[in-house]
Design a protein around this ligand. Sequence first.
Ligand code: URA
Length: 433
Amino acid sequence: MRVYDLIEKKKHGKALEQQEINELIQAYTAGKIPDYQMSAFLMAVYFRGMTDKETFDLTGAMECSGDRISPDTFGPRSVDKHSTGGVGDKTTLIVAPIVAAAGGIVAKMSGRGLGHTGGTVDKLESFPGFRTSLSPDDFANQVQKHGIAVIGQSADLAPADKKLYALRDVTATVDSIPLIASSIMCKKLAAGTRSIVLDVKCGAGAFMQTPEAARELAQLMVRIGQAHHRHTAAIISNMDIPLGHAVGNILEVKEAIEVLRGKGPQDLREVCLQLATLMIALSLQKEQDEAATLARDILDSGHAYEKFCQWIAAQGGDVSFARDPEKFPKAAHSAALCAPCDGYMLSCNAGAIGNAATLLGAGRATKDAAIDHTAGIVLLKKPGDAVVKGETVAQLYTSQEELLSPAAIRIEEALTYTAERPLTQKLIYDILI
Ligand code: URA
């Protein structure tokens, strides 16, 4: 194989053979192809795209580039969920125990926060003692005993993707649908579950800004999963507005516990129930109606909450915080943001809110920076809600007082108001199964 020839072929829009893709990925992972040639190849893919067959092959090549868990390890009821990244997205904390309590096997590897979007691993680390890194044996034992374990992604999982993603990040080639789809799906395939449910976020706080682009990505990821013999389904959900009211690690954990205890925001509950329905339908081979009833009953009966407490304890977390969320530490500093007029909130830009929460300390400024688990924002009003001039619409939290004003300016810019009650936005645009 001459890399030059593969770049040339893709530059002219021709499809690569599976063997060519395999050799390219193996050689790049082994450090035998320089970044400048791989960058040229990625840019050719960006402009010329890939056929489905090429995308399936690229996903498979990246899946096989490092450690893999065999789909036989956790059996037919094993199921994973992936969100393409959102603001206020604490769904895994709610969905995973619902599905495990229903009899599904949730063996999940999750990420840390990236850019303005939060990560499940950071949220779970809000519990004192919670271990997000388990040995393969401990991971397997916990899954077998409790039907649920969520850990950070192992460094050896799909190393080709790790290298390629870092290169895409600095060569303006992230936003290519076949590259995004193969990057996400290679890690899901390598994680070894038989079923995969995807939550493709769409809007101002998401990678995909329009329902059309989100649908294209979701459909391609479902086809990749199916081509690799995994039951795969997806929802496309709204990320113009943050999900729920809380943005920031401890704040989100507390909100998730509220939902698990039968309260909490309706939008969060609805997205969680839809995701749980699909995960139960795929992993336990049930009709969607039956799966939906089961998911709701498990949540409303408190079984999901009990499973959540079991899960936190199994991974070394101090479960007394799940029983009494008031025990979580509170931010040292707080400020209220007030409505500038009477009327209704019209919009609440999720991307800008995510950036403001990051600024307050809830996310990382650099890859290895520490985060402030107490920091974040609680949105007391959301689009469609009536507001009275001077009423608090958002409460900001941080350990660093000097961050309150710059974050407040960003939040003010993220919120717009109108005199007339606005139309309700759709929460779930589509379900692909
Ligand atoms: N998340 C990933 O894992 N890969 C992408 O390319 C984009 C988002």
